[in-house]
Design a protein around this ligand. Structure first.
Ligand SMILES: [Fe+2]
Ligand SMILES: [Fe+2]
Ligand SMILES: [Fe+2]
Ligand SMILES: [Fe+2]
Length: 437
């Protein structure tokens, strides 16, 4: 357990329970949460950087370099710099290309979605209790010391110091990506050339100190060792701990869901709707608040693994073939892998990872049958299908909720658990699903 001074992330401590019932349900799902916050943010930053293949690990490297520099010149804000580093490009989610594909300031200024990403990132992060200072660092991470950056054209000491650390860590990761042969001493020279232009001389000196550690550089550039570095910062920085409040977790999980859905044009809002439909169906089935909370969270996270499926496959205007089907069918497995690494969410990993199982045993990834499939996964399966059928896709028109329910009815007993389909019908009858759809 990582002790956290309450002053570090005061916002987290000022949030009150949404309701006593929600708080109790939440505590039962996530009983002890010291690592939950850092694991979730780390997972979001990982998912952001999965651009099909390869995994870029850009956010992790920026966070590690910026936090290591903060230990030298901003020791009171290492945690904020670290989390801001992990999330610095979250405002770029949904952009056609990952933000790192625009290496020069000139090429960035030509793209509105690039110019807007710091402010968009600030808005997203501000919504997470406890990350207010991180939001400021993110908003200014493309400001230049000489005033030529964006979006505010701030200069010199007007720029938040944490933002300057992220600025140079970001620049160096880009130059290393485009010139992999770059050595630590080369990066120190590059940084000297931008000292006084892109960053302050003090920040340039902090970078020189950090990069002079050969061991640090080796861990930084080796994909297989990088997570160890991230874990070290996770445990050495003061970690915000969620209060026993479902709203704080829901907020972060909703950001997670939006990052996942933003990877594919046709899936905007999908995970939030699946979560919402699953909650309605499980309430109609009389499940406990604990179970309803689990399915709510699992719904938000169920397609996390889809970030590794290429856009060309998800958005393909026509049926999938051979290797494309294999790639798509792998996504629940990757969902499980991602969620298993998040403290206290391992049970959700199993539930979320089985949302494509079928009642007749013909689903994937494990071919579970009937009640072998967790009930909450069976609920997710129905909610997932309801949203897929009622949303427009690349190659078909969307259907009405009534048509969707008819299709579910036809598939009850083969694809879906008939009890869950009945519950979806009763929710439809009450009008709640109609509003949601
Ligand atoms: Fe950026
Ligand atoms: Fe970046
Ligand atoms: Fe899925
Ligand atoms: Fe889905």
């Amino acid at each position: 357990m990582i002790p956290m001074p309450s002053s570090t992330f005061p916002g987290l401590h000022s949030v009150l329970f949404a309701s006593k019932e929600a708080a109790i349900a939440h505590q039962d799902v996530i009983s002890d949460n010291p690592k939950l916050f850092s694991d979730l943010i780390t997972a979001i930053s990982y998912v952001l950087d999965v651009q099909e293949d390869p995994r870029l690990f850009h956010a992790w490297r920026v966070a590690a370099v910026a936090a290591a520099m903060a230990e030298h010149i901003l020791p009171g804000n290492v945690a904020e710099v670290f989390y801001a580093g992990l999330l610095h490009d979250v405002g770029g989610m949904g952009a056609f290309s990952h933000i790192i594909h625009y290496p020069t300031l000139y090429s960035q200024l030509l793209r509105p979605e690039v110019v807007n990403h710091p402010e968009r990132g600030k808005e997203i992060i501000q919504g997470i209790p406890g990350l207010e200072l991180c939001a400021d660092f993110v908003a200014e991470h493309h400001e230049w010391y000489n005033g030529s950056g964006y979006p505010y054209r701030k200069a010199g000491g007007d720029i938040a110091p944490g933002a300057q650390l992220i600025r140079i860590a970001d620049s160096i990761d880009l130059s290393r990506r485009f010139r992999p042969e770059v050595q630590p001493e080369d990066t120190a020279i590059i940084v000297q050339t931008v000292s006084g232009l892109e960053i302050s001389p003090e920040v340039a000196e902090a970078f020189r100190l950090v990069i002079s550690s050969e061991e640090f550089y080796r861990e930084l550039v080796d994909d297989s060792r990088l997570y160890g570095l991230i874990e070290r910062f996770e445990s050495s920085t003061s970690t915000p701990i969620f209060p026993p409040n479902s709203d704080a977790v829901s907020t972060v999980l909703t950001v997670f869901a939006r990052v996942v859905d933003s990877k594919h044009g046709f899936t905007a809002g999908h995970s939030e709707r699946v979560s919402q439909y699953s909650v309605e169906i499980s309430r109609a089935m009389g499940l406990s608040h604990v179970e309803v909370t689990k399915v709510k969270y699992a719904g938000l996270l169920h397609d996390a693994g889809k970030v590794a499926v290429p856009r060309s496959i998800i958005d393909k205007p026509g049926p999938l073939v051979g290797s494309e089907i294999v790639r798509v069918k792998y996504h629940p497995v990757l969902t499980m892998d991602i969620l298993r690494n998040i403290a206290h969410l391992s049970e959700l990993a199993w539930i979320a990872g089985h949302h494509h199982e079928r009642w007749d045993g013909m689903g994937y990834p494990d071919g579970l049958r009937g009640e072998e499939i967790p009930l909450l996964s069976r609920i997710l399966a129905v909610a997932d299908a309801l949203d897929a059928i009622t949303s427009p896709r690349a190659y078909k028109e969307k259907r009405t909720p009534a048509e969707a329910l008819q299709i579910l009815h036809e598939e009850a007993g083969s694809q879906f658990d008939p009890q869950v389909v009945d519950a979806a019908h009763s929710v439809w009858g009450s009008g709640r699903l109609a509003r949601a759809a």
